[in-house]
Design a protein around this ligand. Sequence first.
Ligand code: DGJ
Length: 743
Amino acid sequence: MKRHPMIRRFSTLFTSLFMATVANAQKSSPGPVFRLDGGNATYAFGVNERGDLQTLYWGGRIGSQDAIPPAHSFPEWASFDSTNTTTPQEYSGWGAGLFTEPALKITFADGTRDLALRFVNATPDGTQATDVLLKDISRDIFVTLHYSMDAETGILGRSAKIVNREKLPVMIEQMAAAQWTLPPARYTLSYLTGRWAGEWTLNQGLIRPGARIIESRRGTTGHQANPWFAISRDTSQNPGGIPTAPEESGEVWFGALAWSGSWRFTIDETQFDFVRMTGGFNPFDFGYKLNPGESLESPVFYGGYSNHGLGGASRLLHRFEIAHILPQAPNPRPRPVIYNSWEATEFNVSEAAQIALAEKAASIGVDRFVMDDGWFGQRKDDHAGLGDWYVNPQKFPNGLKPVIDKVHSLGMDFGLWVEPEMVNPDSDLYRKHPEWVLNFPGRPRTEQRNQLVLNLARPDVKQYIEGFLNKLLSENDIAFLKWDYNRNWSEPGWDHLPPDEQKKIYVEFIRNLYAILADLRKKHPKVEIESCSGGGGRVDLGILRYTDEVWPSDNTDPFDRLSMQDGFTYAYTPQVMMAWVTDSPHWLNSRSTTLAYRMLSSMQGSLGIGANLNNWTPEEFATAKRLIAAYHAVQRTIAQGDLYRLISPRNGSEFSSTETVSRDKSQAVVFAFTHSTQQGRGFPLLQLQGLDPNAEYTLTWIEGTARAGTPDRASGAWWMNHGIDLDLRGDFVAAAFRLDQRR
Ligand code: DGJ
């Protein structure tokens, strides 16, 4: 008998007694099978004889004529684990003896806490998108599961919508966007964690029995962990040894949640050795009351599959983000090279000082001049002003116009910093509307950076923020907003709602944020937006639908940035990864580096300059000008090409290197960095990847020189097989070159 792969793998791990029961179960009649194909992936699920929606297959694409065997529920395990627990379901309700992580948990008005979802119908039954309707066995709770498969990358978007058609309200206590199941095997989990100025650390470890929770309880995406995961099939033959997650080979399943509020991933190796990933709204402190007729839609949880290792997985995600997520998808323009004034002037902005910086920025080829914090209200430092979005008359007696006009006359466009969701207690806004902030009446309001969070879930707050942003953008010729968000939530109360509705804030705040961003983009289609949250605290596929770029970290140390950028690119495309060149020695680590090293580090992403140009030497201006010109010439390849992380900078690596190949393989750009040369060891041979082996490529140095004997041109096969030997030695030195196909 030919069995479905999941059952086949399952069978190897279970006793014959168990399998005998499986065989019996297969005698009853199951329901339809649904299959979605895209890129190199197939995803399949089916309705078993109980009516559960059961996961059947997720992996490499299978032949279009191949049949997926129908779903059969798994039997109970002795008297302790019911079928509901043993059967991997697509979206499990908590009830009927479920001991794995549920997707949905609700309490009915009569106190019943039992939900058993069964298949009703599916529309349409296509290969790219399907909606599947489930319903509780007796109550009028309906769940629609949306599936949408991207034909090119095979990335599947999944989300859920719950509708209450009962006569009384229900309380949703836990709601995932999706659950994903992998069959028993040895797997390595990769995930990203961090803190302020230390974001994007890639963590890897073997998945073991039990659950691992990766989450944010902060009301926002957070620096602490990012809503992305990858699971590599670990085929190493050392069961007790170090987990492996190869960069360019092997099977990888990955996912990212499009949500900018509190979120949670539970990665569970069940007692039956399946791996289950459940992700969506964070159930911690969650409670969403659904009145009769109301519905709640989850965020979208995207999942994909690659058989080219973590590198293949991130290349798929990058393509998908560029083609389907970003506001300018499918053809986002490469980011303008920006100058940002923050590290040069901090809050001390003024017309004259900004114009002086703008003139210098224009002279090196910057495209966009961004004035950061300090221009509004009574903002002298971080104690006052947030909430009062009028131009500070002492600093800008003639408004913003003279600065903007000057920036335009220098051939750049103009961007401005805002932090719309925040208020300082020392502001006119707070004095007028103290009730507008997140708070629990009668309890202290915890300040961080001397600020409180406005309750954006409130319609009046939403209206205020929309109002001032529209006014700002209508009255000034602004091409870009840097949208900051410098603290996380505390006392998340919404006191003008009844107590059993107040926790809706976890959803409504974020929905209103998205609504404001969508409305702004509609009304001001030329304005581009950056998501910043004290660095990388709000980077996710939800905010990236509305923002063109993100600020990965306030840590601009060029060496730290190498490993942060490495971590970042596992989940997000370099197209959105802003990277500024700032001053040396660096304020955080006191590390001194050359300007060329700093420039090359930032050129791995979307380049910006954030140094105090007033202190630069003529030589530094010349270096920056030369490298910005070189960057402009290859920027689309770097930002939107296929990224190969050739040598990882992680774990104290002496060396690191990346290569990006344009989608048509006509160009490749390579960066190489040292931390320190030790014991005379030379830079490792770089064998390039992803080139056309039969095409000829010409070598041009952006920074650095070739070792004697390196050809000026050679075939793709030569660069990939023979490789290039760099003459790179010393501490914190860098090189970059491009290869261009001769046509
Ligand atoms: C935090 C941001 O990450 C910085 O770049 C800068 O904009 C400051 N906020 C301004 O307050």
